[in-house]
Write a protein that binds this ligand. Structure first.
Ligand SMILES: [Fe+2]
Ligand SMILES: [Fe+2]
Length: 239
């Protein structure tokens, strides 16, 4: 019997078994911003046979069971998870943005005549970079400190009085916009596939963009499907 059901949400599946994000990445199923969607609906959206997807999940789950336990954000405290997101994903985004922006500009200026999509790729990435910079600043300065205070971390006593639901809604809406920009970049670059004539910078740029997309999916999943719902439950218990 299959352990997975088409009625489960894709976010829940990845929260329970983080290694299954590989299956969703490979099939183009959005498990972060689209994490609240049932697996059956996500398959329909991508025109995928749900039975094939269920057996891929089963296979990957069996394969991961034979490996050392993966990193599990669901087992962390809210404070540890917020710290982890800042130290890994936020640092990664901040490090990659200047490098990728420079490569995007270079590739568009050198090869833009041959491939008109490169100017759109550059502009889309610049827009995403600006949005992510301001988004992460809001998380680091406003939302994450409130979340830490909920469990009395970082000098808080768990009674700061500010509700986290409005800032969480705002962050989720910004995640949707970032997800749309990523899927536009994925589409514009044919799934980050370089043309035969691409130079090394062009290839390195697409490889960097693909890593950026994977990391951002994982990052948004940890916030939308693990940190935010757990913080909201904690707040509901407090009230
Ligand atoms: Fe974040
Ligand atoms: Fe975020």
């Amino acid at each position: 019997m299959n352990r997975f059901e088409i009625s489960q949400t894709v976010g829940d599946i990845v929260t329970r078994e983080p290694g299954l994000s590989r299956v969703f990445e490979s099939l183009g199923i959005d498990y972060c911003c689209g994490g609240k969607m049932a697996l059956g609906d996500a398959c329909q959206r991508r025109s995928l046979d749900p039975q094939v997807v269920l057996s891929k999940l089963e296979d990957e789950s069996n394969r991961s069971a034979a490996m050392p336990p993966p990193f599990d954000p669901a087992a962390m405290s809210l404070t540890t998870l917020a710290d982890h997101i800042e130290r890994t994903h936020h640092v990664f985004v901040k490090t990659e943005i200047p490098r990728l922006r420079e490569m995007a500009a270079k590739v568009a200026s050198v090869h833009g005549d041959r491939d008109a999509r490169l100017a759109t790729v550059r502009d889309t990435f610049d827009g995403l970079a600006a949005e992510m910079t301001s988004h992460m600043m809001k998380e680091e300065r406003i939302l994450f400190p409130l979340i830490r205070q909920l469990e009395g971390g970082a000098g808080g006593d768990g009674s700061c009085g500010h509700s986290i639901s409005a800032p969480i809604r705002q962050m989720e809406s910004e995640h949707e916009q970032a997800g749309e920009a990523l899927s536009a970049l994925n589409g514009l670059t044919g799934g980050y596939t370089p043309p035969e004539w691409a130079c090394n910078t062009y290839r390195a740029f697409l490889d960097g963009l693909q890593h950026f997309e994977r990391d951002l999916h994982e990052h948004i999943h940890k916030e939308n499907n693990v940190l935010f719902p757990r913080a909201l439950s904690r707040e509901a218990l407090r009230n």
